[in-house]
Write a new protein. Sequence first.
Length: 102
Amino acid sequence: MSRTEFTVTVVEEDVPLSLAELCRACQVAEEQVRVWVVEGVLEPVGGTPPEWRFEGPALRRARLALALTRELEINPPGVALALDLLDEIAALRARLRRTGSA
């Protein structure tokens, strides 16, 4: 019988993550995160990579960006566009729920 090992990272949504912590949580290289920042996929607080802090929602966004990159082979500008469109859809759905139209 073979044994499968898993790595689990527990992250509090209200605790900002450093660049290294975000990379560990997503199992992605720092260079990939830097590219996502340049493309607007992620918006850290702080001026330079050592100072960057990512809020809780950035973790979900980074994991989705990684899935789009690996599974669908979408390039960084395409990932940024796809995530912006998904955000827009979520905002529109929330608006419909608030107005009672959904």
